[in-house]
Design a binder for this molecule. Structure first.
Ligand code: FES
Length: 121
């Protein structure tokens, strides 16, 4: 049976940063941005890189550590060259001490993403 919800203790996560979490779907990057939590696939869609080793930039962006491409974390949208393919996002429910990461549901921001460019660079 496939596990559809991954429970992660907040105490296991890096505060105000990015953590890499193993799941049946592969590695997931979990981000904390001003107390809100988001999850995306950990692998960059451009080539082989772990986004959890990247840097969070202003505008809720994650910068890939290999070629410097950027993605909008809440929506997974690719916003900076050379990235073009969006990231898979996962719905995250904050229960207080733990996060429930729904492996079969995308984050709400994904559906209403549109073409808005939040890259202030
Ligand atoms: S591997 Fe991420 S931008 Fe190239």
């Amino acid at each position: 049976m496939t596990q559809s919800v991954l429970e992660v203790g907040k105490s296991e996560l890096a505060p105000e940063g990015i953590s890499r979490v193993d799941s049946p779907e592969g590695f997931i990057a979990v981000y904390e941005l001003d107390g809100a939590y988001y999850a995306t696939q950990d692998g960059c869609t451009h080539a082989r890189a772990s986004l959890s080793e990247g840097e969070i930039l202003e505008g809720e962006l994650i910068e890939c550590p290999v070629h410097g491409g950027t993605f909008h974390i809440p929506s997974g949208r690719a916003v900076g060259f050379p990235c073009k393919t969006p990231l898979r996002t996962y719905e995250v429910v904050d229960t207080g001490r733990t996060l429930l990461i729904h492996l079969e549901r995308q984050a709400a921001a994904t559906a209403s993403d549109g073409e808005t460019n939040t890259n202030g660079a």
